[in-house]
Design a protein around this ligand. Structure first.
Ligand code: EPU
Length: 339
């Protein structure tokens, strides 16, 4: 267990903003988890669990607490069944993309559309990561986690995670911060996905004359589509989608939106990227933050100096979209640090 002091949150997160954290502890094994909580307890400091920092934005005042950086590695086969199904596990500090690659190389389907999503395996259930028609709720079986309330390791089955669009017990409600997820188990099958695929993926498949849909082929197609649209966090500071999509739940709201010429997809989804683009904001800069030219839902940090710059940019974008279309966009990434 390595303990570091006074570390800038900007160096731990892909948006590259935020003041100092008092302590940062690298968690390299399950045993490190209770030890790190004990350290926070002894120092009477709050704690926060971080993976690769690709969906967390640091605030300017920093965090007078302990950040636990998840680096628990390892993956493999949990159990094999006769009917073409398999359970794979990954420890939570692995990169999700590495776990996806492992699964597709074995020829199993179920998480291939999650290829090239930045972030760790442990973060996947927290916000129910999803892309191109798949999300982790479709395949996750359970997680192993350290329950800091009862100071013991527990297994949490999917049914208890309350997974829905970008939502789980780990990011909403009374149990936020209670669990440190150490291991994730998914159930996959030896099968091919069937078309039609999510629209941008289908277009790529058609344009490239792809006719076999093995997990590895779909993985490569998803990687190509993402590379063409989304900034690589290693090169350009961002947190992926900055706003959530809007979901309408009443028929009346759907009719109102449709009458205004706003696209409403299955399940009542209004693509917020459409709202931002059609408010004329694509490629525009606000306080050093820029609406990404190729995907209007993504905000990149070009030369913002602080979280305050980001907050000002967010406020202006939200207001412009609200004035034009009447929907209040909500931020997708979480935040860390004192307000
Ligand atoms: N659109 C525009 N202009 C844009 C971008 C999008 O008009 O600049 C409209 C288009 O109609 C497009 C639709 O929005 O067809 C959907 O866009 P896209 O397929 O790019 O996906 P998204 O809804 O913007 C979501 C996830 C992404 C995920 C993609 C692909 C959220 C917040 N974002 O974005 O996840 O990769 O679908 O499945 O749900 C992330 O969460 O960080 C993330 C990148």
């Amino acid at each position: 267990m390595k303990i570091r002091e006074n570390i800038a949150i900007s160096t731990l997160t892909t948006m590259r903003l935020g003041g100092n954290a008092r302590y940062v502890i690298d968690i390299e094994s399950e045993e490190d988890v209770p030890a790190a909580y004990a350290f926070a307890d002894e120092h009477e400091l709050p704690f926060y669990v971080l993976g690769s920092g690709s969906n967390i934005i640091g605030r300017d005042k920093g965090f007078n607490g302990v950040i636990l950086v998840n680096k628990i590695r390892g993956m493999g086969i949990e159990s094999e069944e006769d009917n073409g199904r398999i359970e794979l596990y990954s420890y939570s500090g692995e990169l999700l993309d590495d776990f996806v690659r492992y699964s597709t190389r074995l020829g199993f389907s179920g998480i291939e559309a999650l290829s090239a999503i930045p972030g760790t395996v442990g973060a996947a259930p927290v916000q129910n990561v999803g892309a191109y028609g798949q999300d982790i709720s479709q395949t996750i079986v359970s997680v192993r986690a350290y329950d800091q309330l009862f100071e013991d390791f527990v297994e949490i089955p999917k049914i208890d995670m309350d997974l829905s669009y970008r939502h789980s017990i780990f990011n909403s409600g009374k149990d936020v911060g209670r669990y440190f997820i150490t291991k994730v188990v998914v159930c996959l099958k030896r099968a091919e996905l069937k078309p039609p695929f999510y629209n941008s993926l289908q277009k790529y498949i058609d344009d490239n004359g792809i006719t076999e849909y093995s997990p590895e082929t779909i993985r490569q197609a998803v990687r190509a589509v993402r590379e063409g649209k989304l900034p690589d966090p290693a090169e350009i500071a961002s947190s992926g989608s900055f706003f959530k999509n809007v979901y309408l739940d009443s028929e009346k709201d759907i009719q109102v939106a449709t009458a205004k010429g706003i696209p409403v997809w299955d399940g009542g989804k209004i693509p917020s990227g459409w709202l931002v683009e059609n408010a004329g904001l694509k490629g525009q800069s606000f306080h050093g933050m820029r609406v990404w030219d190729k995907a209007a839902l993504v905000l990149v940090n070009e030369n913002a100096h602080s979280y305050a710059d980001l907050a000002a940019a967010r406020g202006e974008i939200v207001d412009i979209v609200y004035e034009k279309f009447g929907y209040k966009l909500e931020q997708e990434p979480m935040e860390l640090g004192e307000e």
